[in-house]
Design a protein around this ligand. Structure first.
Ligand SMILES: Nc1ncnc2c1ncn2[C@@H]1O[C@H](COP(=O)(O)OP(=O)(O)O)[C@@H](O)[C@H]1O
Ligand SMILES: [Mg+2]
Length: 441
């Protein structure tokens, strides 16, 4: 395992990079092609790979140079530069990059050994618990083609909605079937803003007999081929329960949550408000965030299911009847003042250069699935508008609930190559929303 230097994050970026690159080729277990194939690497001659090359960090790497390309790292535009664990003294991130690589390798081993992911009965998408050889949960994999309105979605309610209620199909403000990119992009934003509440998520390719395939091909050597599916791969967090369950318990017995735990919880809750506000999440109900609470020992929050975020328009100006308010705004912690440390950290972070860099890192990830530059550009204008409002809220001591009521805006850049100085208004211009062309849903 690479040794990381907590005092020098930039040096570590390099180490993480060099650590990741060779491991993909040398250490991942070989796919068993002599028996029935279960999991294909990218360059497997028989696999149906939609891409002929993949990105490692900022480089393009040909698959044939990388016999067992490591998909998590290769397809993630957020790259392998997350060093946030190294400069975090106050809150522990849910995982390090090393953990992620180990985790994904264990998933490959398990699939090769016949321990396949299992379909999660809850939720609307075809999501799978990926397991290790002992059956322990490793991650949640959500293939792109099994998203709620994608062609291979295995859940009946979505099928009926598609057939019977096609006018209320999906969300007008979101790019259809891009949930897996939104999941990975939310993880990137979480890392860049040092929020540490989203379990590490990357875009990977994975094949398993337990996924839904329209057609299955018999290979020349007699087995059935399951080609790799692209999707989001989010590390599983153990010991967590849906917020709805934990909060019901707290309501029943108020003494369960000590004062110190409540302060810690509020800090993490406000981080989730920041995340949701910035990415304009439209789906943060109480089953889409998890809490681990062992009274007197630990209290941690995990923001999962970030697939319905990064809209191309603010929901308010995309649909006439569906508004998608932030559900956390009604909770008591959203009406309390910002944690002062969080407030100061965020205000120091949001310089024009930071916003520029964040947009530049998100752009290739959000564009991974389509070539339409303008869609991504709209997504980023919404995101920057949300950051602008967040800064106003932090500067003017508005609570998260008050922030959620601010009029949404878009923020357009006015500089050419790089922003100059520390003033957001000198580098960006605020544009009001356009309410024309709203649809029903
Ligand atoms: N990273 C995770 N760690 C632990 N459990 C998870 C994780 N992601 C999802 N789950 C569990 O799986 C369930 C469904 O996941 P979710 O992401 O909400 O899928 P869907 O998009 O289908 O709603 C969640 O309610 C939660 O219990
Ligand atoms: Mg969900």
């Amino acid at each position: 395992m690479t040794e990381l230097d907590p005092k020098n994050p930039s040096r570590n970026e390099e180490k993480v990079y060099h650590f990741a690159s060779p491991i993909s080729a040398e250490k991942l277990p070989q796919t068993k092609l002599d028996s029935q194939p279960r999991c294909h690497s990218y360059n497997d001659a028989t696999s149906h790979t939609p891409m002929d090359s993949a990105t490692i960090g900022h480089k393009r790497v040909k698959n044939e140079d990388n016999p067992l390309t490591f998909p998590s790292e290769t397809l993630s535009s957020s790259g392998i530069q997350s060093t946030h664990i190294l400069n975090s003294s106050k809150s522990e991130p849910i995982s390090t990059d090393d953990d992620f690589y180990e985790n994904f390798r264990a998933a490959h081993e398990a699939i090769d050994a016949g321990v396949h992911p299992i379909l999660i009965p809850e939720g609307t998408s075809g999501s799978y618990f990926v397991r290790d050889v002992n059956g322990r949960y490793l991650a949640v994999f959500k293939p792109k083609d099994e998203e709620p309105f994608a062609p291979l979605n295995p859940k009946w309610p979505k099928f009926f909605q598609k057939m019977l209620c096609f006018c209320c199909f999906g969300r007008a403000c979101l790019i259809p079937n891009n949930g897996y990119l939104s999941e990975a992009a939310a993880s990137l934003v979480d890392e860049k803003l040092k929020l540490h509440i989203v379990p590490k998520t990357r875009v990977v390719k994975l094949a398993s007999a337990s996924f839904f395939y329209k057609k299955r091909f018999w290979t020349s050597y007699g087995g059935i081929e399951h080609w790799p599916k692209e999707g989001s791969y989010q590390l599983f967090v153990h010991g967590y329960e849906p917020a709805s369950i934990v909060m019901a318990r707290w309501e029943y017995d108020e003494k369960l949550l000590s004062d110190a735990e409540e302060i810690s919880f509020r800090r993490q809750f406000q981080r989730m408000c920041v995340l949701d506000y910035v990415i304009r999440n439209t789906d943060r109900h109480k089953d889409n965030w998890l809490i681990k609470h062992v009274p007197g020992q630990t209290i941690r929050l995990a923001a999962i299911d970030n697939g319905l975020a990064f809209p191309v328009k603010h929901p308010e100006c995309a649909s006439r009847f569906r508004q998608f308010p932030f559900q956390w705004a009604t909770l008591k912690w959203a009406n309390e003042n910002w944690d002062e440390t969080l407030r100061k950290e965020l205000l120091a972070l949001f310089t024009p250069l930071f916003i520029h860099n964040l947009s530049s890192e998100l752009r290739p990830l959000l564009r991974h699935d389509h070539l339409d530059r303008s869609l991504t550009s709209h997504q980023l204008k919404v995101l920057r508008g949300q950051i602008y409002n967040l800064v106003q809220a932090l500067e003017n001591d508005m609570t998260p609930a008050q922030m959620s009521n601010l009029t949404p805006i878009n923020l357009h850049r006015t500089y050419r190559k790089l922003p100059v100085g520390d003033n957001i208004r000198e580098n960006f211009t605020v544009r009001d929303m356009d309410y024309k062309g709203r649809v029903c849903c």
